[in-house]
Design a protein around this ligand. Structure first.
Ligand SMILES: [Fe+2]
Length: 195
């Protein structure tokens, strides 16, 4: 069980029909599929699971594109599109606005995180494309992909995982407290750990 515990244990705010089982895929547009493949497959280590080559009518015109999927351990994937027509590429793949706060984060164990970090270093990644943050509740390795998308690899802190029930109990009250103007930090793990 990870940092966010057992979400299946429902509160009244969660509909009775159940939760989505897991991430199926995320999807982004790339201008350079081979650079994207190299990053995700050769450096990060996510295997290319499928490449769908398509021509179909979408959003008012025939679009010709490829759609790739890079696999994660639970069967989910990170997916990318590239279009054959430069006009489609412009229309559907505008440059991502830069913000390190927009990112995708993947859970990793310590050994996997170490291996990814070593491959990033070996491939020449360094700040600002690659950096590390100690959040207290997890240690995170960040890397920017060839599309400008930031990918985070999180290794959860054991103490935070153990406390997940406590965090869930106060998740709504902490949200209300912050929005009401009390911005006092509640991340107790930062001071507990001298990383
Ligand atoms: Fe994050």
């Amino acid at each position: 069980m990870g940092l966010f515990g057992n979400a299946q244990k429902k509160t009244k705010a969660v509909a009775a029909a159940g939760l989505p089982a897991r991430l199926h895929h995320t999807a982004y547009v790339t201008r350079d599929m081979e650079a994207t493949r190299k990053f995700y497959e050769d450096v990060i280590g996510l295997p290319l699971m499928s490449t769908f080559c398509e021509s179909d009518e979408l959003f008012g015109a025939v679009r010709t594109y490829m759609h790739t999927f890079f696999g994660l351990a639970d069967g989910s994937a990170l997916a990318f599109f590239q279009f054959a027509d430069p006009a489609d590429q412009e229309l559907f793949g505008p440059k991502m606005p830069f913000s390190p706060f927009h990112h995708i984060a993947l859970n990793v164990d310590k050994a996997t995180q170490d291996a990814i970090e070593a491959r990033l270093k070996a491939a020449g990644y360094k700040e600002p494309e690659h950096f590390i943050l100690e959040h207290g509740y997890c240690r995170s390795v960040y890397a920017t992909d060839p599309n400008g998308m930031i990918v985070e690899f999180c290794n959860d802190d054991e103490a935070a995982v153990k406390d997940q029930e406590k965090w869930r109990e106060k998740a709504h009250s902490e949200l209300r407290r912050w929005l009401a103007g009390d911005h006092t930090s509640n991340n107790t793990y930062r001071s507990d750990h001298a990383h």
